[in-house]
Design a protein around this ligand. Structure first.
Ligand SMILES: *Cc1c(COP(=O)(O)O)cnc(C)c1O
Length: 425
């Protein structure tokens, strides 16, 4: 297939945009080659500038759980746009959105809308610090919580992809307040909390990690952190930007039955529009301005187009619970198919999967943390990535990213993908 137009566009993009992209992983640096420029998408298919079709396993990195250009969402946005694109004053739709979210997810009494996952996580940490009066936070190696300064310490995929260790521009002071441990290492969390007794405001985690590839919490890990947080007055923040409304209607909290104090959302919550949110226990959320003195604001927060897109999608997910079963069945079939292919070719591999999140690691060890993910054979992943791309299948362009299935994928798409993987390896 020809990708000449993408090649030309990338050359042109680099003259006016740093690296030619507005978010680093899009540049294909880790897998090599030129990024594909997209023109349109419908359902499970992406169409590039040259008119090539791809089966999509990114879904815009998660949001488009029912596929691209989902008609009810597109119609709702069109109708809303005629009534103005923004007011900078409250609207009834924002109440409806808040009520809908609270009716879907556990342990959220109050919720505040923002415009990205980064903003949601950054605000949740500020709130946790304001609420507890403490400064330090604990995060896990390989987890990504957006690009706010305090999170750019051992921060998963985007940085791992570019092999960035420390980030210029983040002061030593800020970095010193972020403590890190390995995912799934409960003893290390306990030790960090002991060593920093009375200083830890929050523990933030991806309850199912997707930014070092898909890595699942071991049984007891999240429950153990929950106990530590209760004992030490630490705010337990679930970053559900990726897992929220994807693993279940109530996200990872529902799927894994562990309770968070604060939860952050993004991606699916905006149906492809720029939306994030943070919410949780009333007592903590009441510390936010204008009720409390922890300041947080946004000119376009609760934007009507963003709200109607998210509201329409979430409503659908709430009323059609079978979507989650359907998504999980498709993902399990994909897993089973890849299992058979890799076994027959005697290639060492591990597949991690939960709900509609899945990754293949080319290693025979079990992958339970970033170290394990990093020890996998990424060269083989890169080869597979390019062969699949040439066969019209679009995977995340990094070995350190979860794949996201969308419900527009047909059984035939899944079979075609398995067959293409068979041919590629
Ligand atoms: C994508 C992501 C973010 C950041 O969200 P943006 O909307 O890109 O700012 C934060 N946390 C997790 C877990 C994510 O996957």
């Amino acid at each position: 297939m020809s990708i000449q137009k993408s090649i030309d566009l990338f050359a042109r993009a680099q003259k006016s945009i740093p690296g030619g992209v507005n978010s680093p992983v899009r540049a294909f640096k880790s897998v090599g080659g030129d990024p594909i420029f997209m023109q349109k998408a419908k359902g499970a298919y992406l169409y590039d500038a040259d008119g090539n079709r791809y089966i999509d396993y990114i879904a815009s990195w998660g949001p488009l759980i029912l596929g691209h250009a989902y008609e009810p969402v597109v119609k709702a946005i069109q109708e809303k746009a005629l009534l103005s694109t923004s007011f900078g004053a409250p609207t009834e739709l924002e109440i409806e959105m808040a009520e809908l979210i609270i009716s879907m997810v556990p342990n959220v009494d109050l919720i505040r809308m923002v415009s990205s996952g980064t903003e949601a996580c950054m605000s949740a940490v500020r709130l946790a610090r304001g609420y507890t009066g403490k400064n330090k936070i604990i995060k896990f190696e390989g987890c990504y919580h957006g690009h706010a300064d305090s999170f750019l310490v051992k921060a998963g995929s985007g940085l791992a992809t570019l092999n960035i260790q420390t980030v210029p521009g983040v002061t030593a002071g800020v970095a010193a307040d972020t403590l890190t441990c390995a995912y799934n290492d409960l003893a290390a969390v306990q030790q960090l909390v002991e060593k920093n007794k009375g200083e830890v405001a929050a523990i933030i985690i991806e309850p199912v990690a997707g930014n070092m590839g898909c890595v699942l919490p071991e049984p007891g890990f999240l429950e153990g952190i929950r106990e530590i947080c209760d004992a030490e007055n630490i705010v337990f923040i679930f970053d559900e930007v990726m897992t929220g409304f994807r693993l279940a209607k109530g996200g990872a909290q529902e799927k894994l039955n562990v309770k968070a104090d604060l939860v952050t959302y993004g991606k699916v919550i905006g149906a492809g529009m720029p939306v994030g949110a943070f919410g949780g226990k009333r007592e903590i959320m009441e510390c936010i301005a204008p009720l409390g003195s922890v300041y947080q604001a946004g000119t376009l927060s609760g934007n009507p187009l963003a709200m109607i897109a998210g509201y329409t999608l979430l409503n659908e997910l709430k009323s059609r619970a079978e979507i989650y079963t359907s998504l999980e069945n498709k993902t399990k079939r994909l897993k089973q198919g890849i299992d058979e292919v890799l076994k027959s070719k005697k290639i060492p591999y591990t597949i991690n999967q939960l709900g509609s999140m899945i990754s293949i690691f080319f290693t025979e060890e079990k992958v339970t943390d970033f170290g394990g993910a990093a020890r996998s054979n990424t060269t083989l992943f890169n080869t597979l990535f390019h062969k699949l791309l040439n066969s019209g299948i679009y995977l995340p362009p990094s070995a350190f990213e979860s794949w996201f299935l969308n419900d527009a994928l047909s059984e035939q798409d899944i079979e075609d993908t398995i067959n293409a993987i068979d041919r590629s390896l």
